[in-house]
Design a protein around this ligand. Structure first.
Ligand code: HEM
Length: 433
């Protein structure tokens, strides 16, 4: 660039470099957002479209962790993009070189503006989507909270959180389609942006990409530093963010062959449950008042043929630590030694082999529930709605908590907790191909 040469003084060269390049804050934000967006596109696809027949189905607990991770990273992009906007408004961007044809300068401005719009719109749409989404619990519909890296809970947007379930579903459907469409547009735009940057670097051999390269694209003497060297850490981070996911997820998925004794025979159809549409909730009565809660993490292996229920085989594992009543102190008390004793008994497990069709058209599973280390038989009647490959099963049962040693039998600080606890289960599942 001509402005670097005129009098050869270090100060002039430095000032010229500052004008021609983005600042360190803008560069850091650019490469961090780039890595996060690649990670988010990969994560989003893995959560929503993990092929049921690839390696093994995603376990439910892992899937809901991925949803939380996706939401946390996505909201981080929103915060970083707002910071980027402020920096850009204050410091501006280095002007594009005059040597660039007018059409290319216009195309660059349009692409950059579109990237800003989409990178702010996409996380906002995601936030709108989770604020409108509800999981079905029998007749009750509940919203899934968003925990930012388990550090704090991000509130749902109030106007959507207050909607009646049917209206909320309608909006959730709209935001879901919009989120997918924006992800496709973003992928296309990122490809265009990367392609243009690489064309400048490798075909036109100019300094456009060096303007955004980390650790400055030029050495002190004003000579170009090999760009591959400058970009290597950022590219490695971005590629690792994309590549690590299938590997990490595949590693976390337990091999089907290594599963336990309830692995179904191949002849019986298997069902993959949809955690976003499935829920396990409980209602207890404290001095006559209903206290409601649910377990947010559980996995299920289901093999079931409606035409031959006797061959059914089901195992549900509930992560007790995921219990949530909406009151943090109560949750902590319920996880404690007097109640669920999560430290000693982290999982509740329900296993059943064989189901039967009842006279009223419902089915029933005869199984065993192991809770707090105590196993008791539990018959679970359930209704089944089949639509093509999709199924919705709803079950409800009343348990005696004292039979499992959960909580005291008498009054606690003047409050009485009824021994009976109502449990409601809704499982949305899709038949494996
Ligand atoms: C730049 C940021 C983001 C990107 C690039 C992104 C990308 C994606 C992608 C590619 C999918 C899969 C879509 C499909 O296959 O149909 C997805 C799904 C999803 N995203 Fe995001 N996302 C972002 C931010 C967010 C945020 C901030 C939230 C919520 C707070 C969010 C919530 C969701 C949810 C709930 C789904 C699943 C939707 C479904 O079940 O169909 N996303 N995202």
């Amino acid at each position: 660039m001509a402005s670097l040469e005129p009098d050869g003084t270090a100060r002039n060269a430095h000032a010229a470099r500052r004008r021609a390049e983005y600042g360190p804050a803008a560069k850091t934000l650019h490469w961090t957002v780039a890595a996060l967006v690649l990670a988010l596109l990969g994560l989003g696809l893995a959560m929503v479209r993990w092929p049921a027949n690839w390696l093994s189905p995603l376990p439910l607990a892992l899937k809901s962790e991925l949803y939380q991770l996706h939401k946390s990273l996505g909201l981080t992009v929103l915060a970083l993009m707002l910071a980027r906007l402020i920096i850009r408004a204050v410091r501006g961007a280095p002007p594009l070189p005059d040597t660039l044809p007018a059409w290319e300068r216009r195309a660059a401005r349009i692409t950059h503006a579109a990237l800003y719009v989409l990178l702010i719109a996409q996380p906002l749409i995601g936030w709108l989507l989770v604020s409108a989404s509800r999981v079905r619990l029998g007749s009750v519909a509940i919203a899934v909270p968003t925990h930012w890296f388990d550090l704090f809970t991000v509130p749902h947007l109030p106007a959507l959180a207050a909607l009646a379930p049917a209206e909320a579903d309608r909006w959730a459907g709209i935001f879901k389609s919009l989120h997918t469409a924006t992800a496709i547009a973003l992928t296309a735009l990122v490809a265009l942006h990367v392609g243009a940057a690489l064309r400048h670097h490798w075909v036109l051999r100019d300094d456009i990409l060096a303007r955004m390269a980390p650790r400055l694209g030029r050495s002190r003497k004003g000579r170009s530093r090999p760009l591959a060297l400058s970009l290597a850490p950022a590219l490695a981070l971005a590629l690792a963010a994309l590549a690590i996911q299938p590997v990490a997820i595949a590693a976390a998925v337990p091999a089907r062959a290594a599963s336990d004794g309830v692995t179904p025979k191949t002849a019986v159809p298997e069902w993959r449950i949809d955690p976003a549409q499935s829920a396990i909730a409980f209602t207890a009565r404290v001095s006559g008042q209903a206290v409601k809660g649910r377990f947010t993490r559980f996995t299920a292996r289901i093999a079931f043929d409606p035409a031959d229920p006797a061959m059914a085989s089901v195992e549900v594992q509930i992560d007790i630590a995921s219990l949530a009543t909406g009151q943090a102190e109560l949750d902590a008390a319920l996880r404690g030694a007097d109640w669920f004793d999560v430290a000693a008994h982290p999982l509740a497990i329900y296993r059943a082999r064989g189901a039967r069709r009842m006279e009223d058209g419902r089915y029933a599973l005869d199984g065993t529930l192991t809770l707090r280390g105590v196993s008791r038989p539990l018959t679970l009647p359930f209704t089944l709605e089949l639509r093509g490959r999709n199924a919705l099963a709803r079950a409800a049962a009343t348990l005696d908590r004292t039979a499992f040693g959960i909580g005291p039998r008498g009054a606690i600080s003047g409050l009485t907790v009824a021994p009976e606890v109502r449990v409601e289960i809704a499982v949305a599942a899709r038949r494996a191909p």
